[in-house]
Write a protein that binds this ligand. Sequence first.
Ligand SMILES: [Zn+2]
Length: 267
Amino acid sequence: MDEIWIQIIIFFLGLAIGSFLNVCIYRIPRSDMSIYSPRRSFCPECNQSIKFYDNIPLLSYLLLRGKCRHCKAKISVLYPIVELVTAVLFLAMSYQFGRTLDFLHALIFVSVLIPIFVIDAQHYIIPNVISLTGLILGLGIVCTIAYHGKDLDYLKMRLIGFVAGGLVLWLIAFIGSAVMRKKAMGGGDVKLMAIIGLFLGAWPELPMVIALSAFGGAVIGTLLIVTGRKSRQSPIPYGPFLAGAAVVVLLWGDPLWEKYLQLTGWN
Ligand SMILES: [Zn+2]
């Protein structure tokens, strides 16, 4: 098959997965719903179930001009954004990793990170069911890659990443809470960091994720306070920054690390 067709299929696969992630993002934080029930998607305003032709990723939002067909309530622009971001990230991973197991690994990883990013930003929680799913899928793909390449070091580095990631963030949370005399970070962040370590490995990926996320959090946090969208006291979730940093390191970790070594004169 032509490469262009493969890319198009990957893009549409990303839209479809993004659409499923939207269901997770809406339902998992709401305890009265599960992923499977109600089976059909529905409008949160008028509770009408949404017909399949109004539920096509991206396209339906555009055709309906962002409004429910029945009650004309606004549909959150977040839905098409999540679908588009998922599709674009799938394409980016395809260009980066080609047709390899690493590509599958990257698809699984971003599909776990995207709902964590959005749910933590909206609700200040990282649901255990997503962390647990990430852990199981992560173990599965990491073991598969290690087995396929007969690479025990790969597996070792990922398992060390899992333990070290959780431990380092737990320590930061512990010290942060002691210094600031309030809860600095949740257990959700600790579990997320363990999963990031499992997918990316320990060195140099873990310190890169921590440095990038801390930098991003400081910049965005300052912007939010300066523009008056948050007060100095209001909590800012850390999960989105960890997830964002993990994607950056997944895509550009090697060149970033090279650059860092050059700039600091270690190389
Ligand atoms: Zn409606």
